[in-house]
Design a protein around this ligand. Structure first.
Ligand code: MRU
Length: 349
């Protein structure tokens, strides 16, 4: 499948090349970032977004930060590394892939302690490239496992954007849609617009339409009627963090969809790489939820304000779906049907 590369390293020019996701679908602009501060800002402002893509961008950010270091020893380099890691980790709180990727970079740094500074820098580049390359394979495997649960002609509903641009290539929840498209499954996909930042309308609807998938955009509050009318045979969503008990954090509105799906007897599938499972969080209550600024609700997407000035707002960017509402979690290593057993699944695979 052809895919846009939303995050890529241009090592020759020591920069990260990102597709600015805030400008889609109207403009397809790639821009170059060479400082860790610029990368932090791109993650914070959702120019790069989606759990795996954030992790990949942060890994490259660490490499670029370390690359320009003038440290003369491992100890000096480690000190600088720690600052960059801590700084990038403060960009967004919910997607564990960010912390996972940063930790993986640190583990590699420590494993190279006996090497020269130049060799360590090279190892940082290799590790970041490996994180990106592995994500491609992982998402393809998620797509294959997810497709095994779906039947040709089905209507599928998705929320937010868990597609190509949120990952290295295939997406997570959208991966089976792409594979199904190649294999003649003729899925009909319903994309929730995903208030307030419209990732469904701006990104998912655009991505799937570009790929020739039959996609219909609906407002978030229309999910119930399309389910009631029998148009949806499965819900597929991505994920930012899975707790040990199978509770999952994803874009705000996901838990409401899961409740609706249960009501209508529709399977609710969460697609997530195993790197999204965080056994340090016993339940969803331990997952930090990002709360973002009011303007995203009141003014950001409008020519004129759509709410009274100084209105009180509450803008959580994610919610927790209780494990009891999740039919299965689909990972690259297989399908977790007993979602409370994430730790057992990980230790067996
Ligand atoms: O705030 P965002 O746009 O980064 O939120 C993204 C999501 O909620 C996605 O569903 C999730 O990160 C999975 S991306 C494969």
């Amino acid at each position: 499948m052809e895919a846009i590369q939303s995050v890529r390293l241009d090592d020759e020019n020591s920069c990260l090349v990102l597709l600015d996701q805030t400008l889609l679908p109207n403009e397809k602009v790639f821009f170059r970032l060479s400082t860790v501060e610029e990368i932090w800002e791109a993650i914070y402002h959702l120019k790069v977004r989606g759990a795996p893509a954030i992790g990949i961008a942060a890994a490259y950010g660490v490499y670029l930060g370390v690359k320009k270091s003038e440290a003369a020893s491992f100890a000096e380099l480690s000190e600088e590394f720690a600052k960059v890691k801590q700084y990038l980790a403060s960009s967004r709180p919910t997607a564990v892939n960010l912390f996972w990727a940063l930790q993986r970079m640190e583990d590699r740094l420590k494993a190279e302690a006996d090497q020269t500074v130049d060799d360590i820098k090279q190892a940082m580049k290799e590790e970041a490239e490996a994180i990106r390359a592995e994500d491609e394979k992982v998402c393809l495997a998620i797509g294959e496992h997810a497709l095994s649960l779906l039947e040709p002609g089905w209507g599928l509903l998705t929320h937010c954007n868990a597609g190509t641009i949120a990952t290295a290539k295939y997406g997570t929840a959208l991966a089976p849609m792409y594979l199904g498209q190649e294999r003649g499954y003729d899925f009909r996909v319903y994309a929730d617009e995903t208030r307030p930042l419209l990732q469904g309308a701006r990104l998912t609807a655009w991505e799937l339409q570009e790929a020739g998938v039959d996609v219909t955009l609906i407002c978030d509050n229309m999910a119930s009627i399309v389910m009631q009318e029998g148009k949806v045979q499965a819900v597929l969503v991505g994920c930012d963090r899975v707790a040990a008990n199978g509770d999952t954090a994803n874009k705000i509105g996901t838990s409401g969809l899961a409740i609706l799906a249960k009501h209508y007897g529709i399977p609710f599938y969460v697609c997530a790489p195993t790197s999204t499972i965080d056994l340090n969080c016993a339940t969803g209550a331990d997952i930090p939820i990002e709360v973002r600024k009011s303007e995203e609700i009141t003014t950001q997407w409008y020519e004129q304000p759509m709410a009274p000035p100084n209105i009180k707002t509450y803008n959580p960017a994610f919610d927790i779906t209780d494990h009891s509402l999740v039919t299965a979690i689909i990972t690259e290593k297989g399908i977790i049907r007993e979602v409370t057993g994430t730790a057992r699944f990980l230790s067996n695979h």
